[in-house]
Design a protein around this ligand. Sequence first.
Ligand code: ADP
Ligand code: ADP
Ligand code: MG
Length: 442
Amino acid sequence: MFKKILIANRGEIALRIHRACKDMGIKTVAVHSTADENSMHVRLADESVCIGPAIVKDSYLNIPSIISAATIANVDAIHPGVGLLSENAEFAKIVNDHEFIFIGPKQEHIHIMGNKILAKRKAEEIGIPILPGSKGDVKTYQEAVKIAKEIGFPILIKATNGGGGRGIKKVSSIEELKQKFFIAKAESEQSFGSDSVYIEKYLTHPRHIEIQVLSDKFGNVFSLGERDCSIQRRNQKLIEECPSPILNDDERKNISEICVKAMKKLDYENIGTIEFLYQDGEFFFIEMNTRLQVEHPITEMVYGIDLVKEQISVAYGNEVSFIDKNLTVNGHSIECRINAENPESFFPSSGNVRNYHVPGGPGIRIDSGLYNGLKITNYYDGLIAKLIIHGKNREECLLRLNRALLEFVIDGIDTTIPLYQRIIKEEQFLSANYDINWLENL
Ligand code: ADP
Ligand code: ADP
Ligand code: MG
């Protein structure tokens, strides 16, 4: 097994990866910006290297600094975490060129899936159902009008290189298309470094349901079921559940089989998530994330496996660990993303954490690097903690979630905890009767 791994990330996910390494007897190297020198991931790692100033471009996205740190610390492998460089094919290539192992899929697959047009084409080719829309990049307004007329309004204009819920624009009429097409292209250029956009049919009342896959270098591919991530705001997930409360066993089995077959055709390695919108009994591919996902813990709770350990182990060259065992699905799990944001305006919040008190008792897991006195800045993503609940069924989960939300205290900054305290009282949430727009209209 690897002796030492560099974790090219920060916050709760860096800590999560550190914990998996410790459970495997692997030494860890943290990298950090000057703003993060007192972070938990830095304090707990066996070694740490400062790789630059607070701004991500100069630290967590600074590839030469990260490679230098890996060389100096003499690590075997690099784990990219989520966000940041995790879906950067160029980074994966540079890591490999320096003879470190990149803990993730092949560069070629990161590249294809990171470009949403190539991803959709590939998905169709390997038998995954896609949404109607443009075949590729939509370059002119005239082309946009033609496609919009073919598929019918409303449509979405999506940035080809978009992510994190950004770069998605809804358009309901020709007049609106005229206004928004050029704005979408300009914004895409500004945010994602390319003005490439494509058009997709807008679904009015879908749920977001995604399939977790895991494969090794021997062609063993597994589906670890689905996660329902329909509680969203601004196209960003806030609450996720495993399993989805609305799928029946046949639907679950069918979509899992489609994904496993597709990943075999692709010769995909390591971990990945295939994201779908599900509406009126049909699944439509929206994108594939070629990395660990924020909401991976709910799958871990229900399937009783450690996805980060699996990732590291298959990257080393082992087979998937549960290959000869029957995977058993155990109960239900729900995750709430606790962000440093105002729970109503969603405006980012900063300050020093005080009175930090986490809930406990049966069925509660907290993934977080928070501690009293930690300074939260606005330089980074607002995710500060994940509250993960496990129970024998959804009912038990909801009761435990309610209990946990009443115990959880984070003072000194605004958090989304009050929002979840509100959601847990809503009849439509309790009865699982919602789509991706529900929270936005609450
Ligand atoms: P997941 O499906 O794992 O929940 P998200 O879409 O929430 O993935 O993204 C994971 C993290 O990466 C989030 O913190 C998100 O803000 C960030 N992220 C992903 N893609 C981008 C991007 N293109 N630009 C900025 N942030 C991004
Ligand atoms: P990102 O890379 O930002 O995660 P996705 O393509 O995964 O982008 O979409 C993010 C969210 O946007 C989805 O979970 C869904 O809520 C919404 N969305 C995306 N495509 C559509 C669509 N065709 N119709 C309706 N909503 C959509
Ligand atoms: Mg997505």
